[in-house]
Design a protein around this ligand. Structure first.
Ligand SMILES: Cc1cc2nc3c(=O)[nH]c(=O)nc-3n(C[C@H](O)[C@H](O)[C@H](O)COP(=O)(O)O)c2cc1C
Length: 231
């Protein structure tokens, strides 16, 4: 199984250990590609909109974004691991999500995403992690990922891995590894009703716009080239 891991912090703390515990279950027989943020994408989206209007290849940060996106496309399983900051995802993770907007259904989705599985693994001192998980899960939905599983680990005792009691660390590892075991078979996801619906709605939108456009926008030219719309 091919796994692409995106970790939303460079600190080798709780997120790192939780992510490693998850991967330990799947390491045998898998090829794992890891990206750590902000190290592997040290830039915010500039808002130039060149990706939407021309090509993502002309993004000023394409050299960073391209390998991450290609690795995501190539993977069977995507793992997003990050701590909760101010009840949301980390800014460096959001910077990656912003760079991937060009591949949302409303722009130029890649159908290789439609049968992919993703796990969103968060950690925080407290239980409230839903907002942080939705930050990534929302993007994954619009990128066309059919299966997104969210798991949040509340550290409760401390924010440093080494300061947690043995019992707390073991409980966290047990929970995370229990989830990882469910992905051992590496089967692709069934294309979900949500993805089919989003695709059908956005297809109608692109079809309607394309008939009025001269010349075609980069988005609609892409849909035409894919054979998803007709003129
Ligand atoms: C800037 C910052 C903001 C944080 N915000 C929250 C928060 O809103 N809710 C929460 O429960 N924990 C919050 N925390 C605690 C982190 O989630 C916790 O330190 C993290 O899970 C530890 O993982 P790490 O060792 O990988 O950094 C915050 C920590 C930092 C550094």
């Amino acid at each position: 199984m091919k796994i692409t891991v995106i970790t939303g912090t460079e600190v080798k703390g709780c997120t790192y250990h939780i992510k490693e515990a998850f991967l330990d279950v799947l390491r045998e027989g898998s090829s794992i590609t890891e990206y750590v943020l902000p190290r592997d994408l040290p830039h915010f989206c500039t808002g130039c909109k060149t990706c939407f209007l021309k090509s993502e290849e002309l993004c000023p940060h394409a050299a960073y974004v391209r390998p991450i996106w290609n690795s995501m496309l190539d993977a069977d399983l995507l793992l997003f691991a990050y701590p909760v900051y101010a009840l949301r995802t980390t800014a460096q993770m959001k910077a990656l999500l912003d760079h991937l907007c060009v591949h949302w259904m409303v722009h130029r989705p890649d159908d290789r995403m439609f049968r992919k599985k993703a796990v969103v693994l968060t950690d925080a001192i407290g239980w409230v992690q839903g907002g942080a998980q939705r930050d990534v899960a929302t993007s994954l939905k619009w990128l066309g990922v059919s299966h997104v599983k969210k798991l949040g680990m509340a550290l409760m005792e401390d924010v440093f891995w080494t300061q947690l009691s043995d019992g707390r660390r073991e409980a966290i590892i047990r929970r995370v590894q229990g989830l990882a075991a469910r992905y051992k078979e590496g089967r692709p996801a069934c294309k979900s009703i949500g993805v089919k619906t989003l695709f059908a709605i956005t297809r109608m939108m692109h079809q309607g716009m394309a008939r009025k456009e001269e010349p075609l926008s980069a988005d609609n030219q892409y849909w035409l080239d894919k054979g998803w719309i007709k003129l």
